[in-house]
Design a protein around this ligand. Structure first.
Ligand code: NAD
Length: 364
């Protein structure tokens, strides 16, 4: 099993090192090969996604990704900014489905800004379409307006666009995922205003006919944003387009209290995927050894489950993470009174120790 390891920028290398440590401790036949991406790749090769990095990702069975970006690159032309590496990887690897679970661990309920009774036991999955929508619609650009409210003035435009097959394939994944969970899909759109959303709603409804055991509800995105903070546990699987999914998945992440805990997976049609924490490169804490590596470690667990067909190893990692939390170990972002504050490396070491303990118990 070949894994391309792309640490990236900021805290990326620190947190990926811990996930690699955990993967190696599993003693599986894994080949891990690293390459620069994002700002690090721009510094070394003049491009955020150099051909060699892309080739490594294409040849691998799965990609373990850290994070990219730093404010120092904000003045670069858009095509050379670190974040373009993510868009390039999604496009070239055909990654169209972004799975972002938002899980609130019992030990961390207090870390949420919501009342414990609203988030305790929260377990929702946001499925975001990745290849269509306003991020990829053409044409996009700037020009002098010839009509509208301010003709003659400078204007910018991006086109929201979705095609039936793009909606069908993500809808199937949503119903299949819900079938293995609590059996409910909420499809989020803005069909009262947008034609793109009306197509989305119609197609999701049609696909639903093939999954009679799964309940489907439609919700406008503004209402979904409200319901996520009012009654988050009323959701099971949320499926939505690229733009709404980008925003709602961050909102859902914050319900759990720490973005440092949340993994994500972006999959192609064959189950090959890119796995990364839900957070960014956190330049404010980079190099300090205090970043929480658990989101990346849990992303490695998702990789074992979704792309490498190793569900038992995935479950072992998840149990080991649960165990370190139960021991009271916390990085700064999730620390509270009475817990032991640890750094990035110590947290990774603790997961490895817990993993070895559960492996020993399983073997004996
Ligand atoms: P961010 O997620 O990097 O950081 C937001 C806050 O959360 C910061 O205070 C940070 O210290 C904290 N944080 C994030 N991850 C943490 C962790 N593992 N442990 C402890 N604390 C953590 O978001 P931002 O500050 O808006 O963006 C910073 C850079 O990351 C930008 O350049 C942005 O473009 C980039 N970014 C990259 C990705 C990606 O690589 N997929 C995603 C989002 C943002």
């Amino acid at each position: 099993m070949k894994i391309a390891v792309l640490p990236g920028d900021g805290i990326g290398p620190e947190i990926v090192a811990e996930a690699v440590k955990v993967l190696k401790a599993l003693e599986l036949p894994l080949t891990l090969q690293s390459a620069p991406v994002g700002g690090a790749a721009y510094e070394a090769f003049g491009h955020p996604l150099p051909p060699a990095t892309l080739a490594l990702a294409q040849e691998a069975d799965a990609v373990l990704f850290g994070a990219v970006g730093d404010w120092k690159y904000d003045k670069l032309e858009r095509a050379l900014r670190p974040e373009q590496a993510i868009l390039g990887l999604r496009k070239n690897l055909g990654l169209f489905a972004n799975f972002r679970p938002a899980l609130c661990y019992a030990e961390l309920t207090h870390a949420s800004s919501l009342k414990p009774e609203l988030v305790g036991g929260l377990d929702i999955l946001i499925l975001r379409e990745l290849t269509g929508d306003i991020y990829f619609g053409t044409p996009r650009g700037r020009r002098t307006a010839v009509d509208g409210h301010f003709p003659g003035s400078e204007e910018a435009f991006d086109t929201m666009r979705y095609s039936r097959p793009e909606i069908e394939r993500i809808a199937h994944l949503a119903f299949q995922a819900a079938g293995k969970r609590r059996g409910k899909v909420t499809s989020v759109d803005k069909a009262n205003v947008l034609e793109t959303s009306q197509l989305w709603k119609d197609v999701v409804t049609e696909v639903h006919a093939q999954y009679p055991a799964v309940q489907l509800e439609h919700m406008y995105v503004d209402n979904a944003a409200m319901q996520l903070v009012k009654a988050p546990k009323s959701f099971d699987v949320i499926v939505t387009g690229n733009l709404f999914g980008d925003i709602l998945s961050d909102e859902a992440a914050m319900l759990t209290g720490s973005i440092g805990m949340l993994p994500s997976a972006s999959l192609d049609r064959n189950g090959k995927g890119l796995y990364e924490p839900s957070h960014g490169s956190a330049p404010d804490i980079a190099g300090k050894g205090i970043a929480n590596p658990l989101a990346t470690i849990l992303s490695a667990a998702m990789m074992l489950r979704y792309s490498l067909n190793q569900p038992e190893s995935a479950a072992r990692i998840e149990a080991a993470v649960q165990s370190v939390l139960a021991q009271g170990l916390r990085t700064g972002d999730i620390w509270s009174e009475g817990c032991e504050k640890v750094g990035t490396r110590a947290m990774g070491d603790a997961v490895v120790t817990a993993l070895k303990t559960t492996m020993t118990i399983t073997k004996s």
